[in-house]
Design a protein around this ligand. Structure first.
Ligand code: ZN
Length: 432
C-alpha cells in the first residue's frame, strides 16, 4: 500500500453526505467493504431505546438551496454538503432576510469558511454560509428549498471481527457521521480501513481485532449497549482513531485511567518514533473515548492524532480539505504509526530469562567469534535485553531501559525465545 492509495480512498469518501444516518453512511460503509470485504454492515431501527438514549430518525436529503431575491441559487447543498445544517427538517418557504438570518450560520473570524453545524436532537432547519457571502445578502424575499426526508428508518454501522489465537481483543473504533471534511472525518475512516485490511491479511495474530465504524456518540453508545459484556471481558487495548490526516503535529489523548496498556503503547511509540508531540489530558476529550472510557465501561481506549479536533483553525469548517490540509503522506504515516502500536501490542509481554546467569552467546551463534562493530552493537542489545528479562519488566519497560523502541527489541526477543533463553509471561511477576 502506498500513500496515494490512501488519498484515492479519501477522495472517494469525500463527496458523500454522512450524518448519523442516511444514504451517505450506507455508501461510506459500502466503500469500506470494497477494501475489507468481510465487513458486516448492520443496522438498528429508529426509536430503539438503549441506555439513556434512542436511535434517531433517518435523515436523507435530495436537494437543498436558497434562491436569493435576484434569482441566484446560494448555499447549494449539491456544491458543498456543509451548506445545510445537519438534520435540517424538509421545508419549502419564502422568508424575508430578517427571518432567514435566524437560520444562517457563519464564522465572522473566518470569513471564507462555511461552518459545520448540526441539530440532531431538536427539529430545526438552517444553512451554513461564508461570512463574506452573508455580508452581501440584500433585503428581499428568499426562497428556501430543503427536499428530503426525516422519518423512521435505520441507523447503520460497520463491524469487522478478525479472530486471533486469543479471545482477548484489540478494539479499533472510528466514526462515520461527518460530511465532507478531511481531517475530522475522512482521515479516521481511511486509516482504520487500511489497518483492518492489514490485520485481516496478516496470517499470524495473537489478539482478536474488533474494528467498528459507527456514528459518533450515539453509535458508540449503541454499540457498547449491545456488546457490553464481551467488550468489558475481552478488550485489553484499543484506540479511537480520528484526526490522523495532516502533517502539522502529532498528539496524544490518554484514556480516562491514563495508565492502561493502550496509553503505555501510545506514549512509547510516540516517544520513540515521533519524539515531538502534544500531550492532551482527559479534560480535552471530545470523541468516542467519552463512551468507551466512561465509569462502569472503562475500556482501555487511548487516541493518537495529528492535529486534534477543536485545536486547528480548519476544524469543523469547509477549510478542512484534502487539498489544503490533509495529505497522502499524513494519512500514510499515521497508518504506519498505528501499525507500530499494534505490533507493540501483539508482542507485549513480560520476558523472563530461563537460565541462571549470562548464557554463552558465541556457543549459540549470538555473538560472532570475530567481533565486528555491527554485530557488537546487536550483541549488546541481546545482553541488555536479557539482563532486564526478570519477568518484572514489560517489553516496553525493557525497551526504555535499553533506550530503543520495542520494534528493535522484537526480533531480539524472538531469537532469545527460539533459543529457549527466555519465556514470555502475560502478566507482571510479583516481587516475591
Ligand atoms: Zn467532529
Amino acid at each position: 500500500m502506498k500513500p496515494n492509495d490512501f488519498m484515492q480512498f479519501a477522495q472517494k469518501l469525500w463527496p458523500l453526505n454522512r450524518s448519523l444516518t442516511g444514504r451517505g453512511v450506507v455508501q461510506t460503509l459500502q466503500l469500506i467493504k470494497e477494501i475489507i470485504p468481510e465487513l458486516s454492515i448492520k443496522h438498528v431501527k429508529s426509536g430503539t431505546i438503549f441506555l439513556d438514549w434512542e436511535v434517531p430518525k433517518e435523515w436523507n436529503i435530495t436537494h437543498a438551496y436558497i434562491i436569493d431575491p435576484s434569482g441566484n441559487k446560494i448555499c447549494d447543498y449539491s456544491e458543498n454538503n456543509l451548506s445545510l445544517v445537519g438534520y435540517s427538517i424538509p421545508i419549502l418557504g419564502s422568508y424575508t432576510l430578517d427571518e432567514l438570518q435566524k437560520h444562517l450560520f457563519s464564522l465572522p473570524e473566518q470569513p471564507d469558511a462555511i461552518p459545520y453545524v448540526t441539530s440532531y436532537y431538536k427539529e430545526f432547519w438552517g444553512f451554513c454560509i461564508s461570512q463574506n457571502l452573508r455580508n452581501k445578502l440584500v433585503e428581499g424575499i428568499y426562497q428556501v428549498v430543503i427536499n428530503g426526508t426525516l422519518q423512521n428508518g435505520q441507523m447503520h454501522f460497520g463491524e469487522l471481527v478478525v479472530p486471533g489465537s486469543s479471545k482477548k481483543e484489540i478494539l479499533i473504533s472510528t466514526y462515520i457521521c461527518h460530511p465532507s471534511m478531511a481531517n475530522d472525518q475522512i482521515s479516521g475512516i481511511v486509516v482504520s480501513t487500511f489497518l483492518a485490511k492489514w490485520i485481516s491479511e496478516n496470517p499470524e495474530r495473537k489478539y482478536t481485532y474488533r474494528f467498528v465504524f459507527i456514528p459518533e456518540t450515539v453509535g458508540s453508545k449503541y454499540y457498547i449497549s449491545q456488546n457490553y459484556k464481551k467488550l468489558v471481558k475481552n478488550v485489553v487495548a484499543g484506540f479511537n482513531i480520528t484526526c490522523v490526516g495532516d502533517e502539522r503535529c502529532y498528539s496524544y489523548l490518554p484514556s480516562r485511567d491514563g495508565h492502561t496498556l493502550s496509553d503505555q503503547v501510545a506514549r512509547h511509540v510516540l516517544n520513540t518514533e515521533v519524539g515531538d508531540y502534544k500531550t492532551y489530558s482527559w479534560k480535552d476529550r471530545g470523541s468516542d473515548e467519552r463512551q468507551y472510557c466512561a465509569p462502569g465501561i472503562d475500556l482501555p481506549i487511548a487516541t493518537i492524532m495529528r492535529s486534534k479536533y477543536g485545536c486547528y483553525p480548519e476544524y469543523h469548517t469547509s477549510l478542512d480539505t484534502l487539498e489544503n490540509f490533509v495529505t497522502a503522506n499524513g494519512l500514510f504515516t499515521s497508518y504506519e504509526l498505528y501499525q507500530k502500536c499494534l505490533l507493540t501490542l501483539e508482542n507485549f509481554c513480560f520476558p523472563r530469562a530461563t537460565i541462571l546467569g549470562e548464557p554463552k552467546f558465541d556457543k549459540r551463534n549470538m555473538k560472532p567469534y570475530l567481533s565486528q562493530k555491527k554485530d557488537y552493537v546487536n550483541h549488546i542489545l541481546i545482553s541488555e535485553f536479557l539482563t532486564w528479562s526478570d519477568g518484572r519488566n514489560s517489553l516496553i519497560e525493557i525497551a526504555e531501559k535499553c533506550n530503543v523502541s520495542t520494534l528493535e527489541l522484537i526480533p531480539i526477543m524472538k531469537i532469545l525465545q527460539d533459543s529457549n533463553l527466555i519465556i514470555q509471561i502475560a502478566g507482571r511477576k510479583n516481587n516475591n
